[in-house]
Design a protein around this ligand. Structure first.
Ligand code: GDP
Ligand code: MN
Ligand code: MN
Length: 251
């Protein structure tokens, strides 16, 4: 398997046809997986925004005041309002805002970015990244598209790429029922291939001013394994979320 960045992509603007920008710069093959940073999907979809568009309600003011107290930095209640509007559930309010976005992804600040957004204060995640992935895929000779974001994770320092949207592939490879080297049957392993490929692509894309938001994964083979649609956990089976829901930060 090989990964390479699509060269010479311009600054992406609202209304740009990402598939056209990509296909003009690289000869894709049907079995390529094209990984697109959510940043540029959001820019193309007009998801850049300004803080003034989010007049804060009481909850946002309360959250921002508390976060300001905890951090000692003034936090903008309009930013908290933007996060609330992008979210269906606030999982943690402090010492940072952890929410579930409208499309099921759980992340700090609903994945709203404040870097790599020229001319605006904020960049919201795409509304429905899997639909974005499907639209991009329609314009490409490649069968599989992922939309990625850089995201932190519990229990570990640092961030890495995750898949927030996918098209043309199932997100996970189901190993259940297959054997290990001793003939033991695997009972639980459902491998999140979308996240694994997104992490590798994110590694190539970089985080700063590299200008390489699209990475092609060439030669990845699914193999003779089952598929699973499992990606974002449902609240019901999400024991960690349930535990965190009942917890509150006090400081
Ligand atoms: P995120 O992980 O989706 O939040 O995106 P990042 O802000 O980490 O950017 C990922 C990569 O895309 C980095 O290499 C950025 O320099 C690059 N990038 C961001 N926006 C643009 C753009 O409009 N055009 C180009 N060519 N690169 C961009
Ligand atoms: Mn991001
Ligand atoms: Mn990133």
């Amino acid at each position: 398997m090989e990964l390479f960045a699509v060269p010479d992509l311009p600054e992406v603007r609202e209304g740009d046809d990402l598939a056209a920008l990509i296909r003009d710069r690289v000869d894709l093959r049907p079995d390529d997986v094209v990984c697109v940073a959510s940043t540029v999907v959001s820019k193309a979809e007009g998801r850049a925004a300004d803080l003034d568009e989010f007049p804060p309600g009481p909850r946002a003011r309360e959250i921002a005041a508390r976060l300001s107290d905890i951090s000692g930095d003034e936090k903008d209640p309009r930013f908290a309002q933007a996060v609330l509007e992008e979210s269906t559930e606030v999982i943690m309010e402090a010492p940072f805002l952890l929410t579930e976005t409208r499309f099921g992804h759980v992340g700090v600040n609903a994945g709203i970015d404040r870097s790599n957004v020229p001319g605006h204060d904020l960049l919201l995640l795409p509304k429905r990244p899997s639909e974005s992935a499907a639209r991009i895929r329609e314009g490409l000779p490649a069968d599989r598209v992922l939309v990625t974001d850089t995201c932190g994770r519990p229990f570990r320092h640092g961030q890495r790429g995750v898949a927030v949207g996918w098209a043309g592939m199932a997100p996970a490879r189901d190993w259940r029922g297959e054997g290990d080297r001793d003939g033991r049957e695997l009972g639980v392993t459902v491998e999140n291939v979308a996240d694994e490929l997104a992490a590798a692509a994110n590694l190539v894309a970089g985080e700063g001013d590299d200008g390489t938001p699209v990475v092609v994964v060439r030669g990845f083979e699914w193999g003779d394994h089952g598929e699973s649609d499992a990606h974002f956990r449902d609240v019901d089976g999400d024991l960690i979320r349930q535990a965190v829901r009942g917890w509150s930060f006090d400081a």
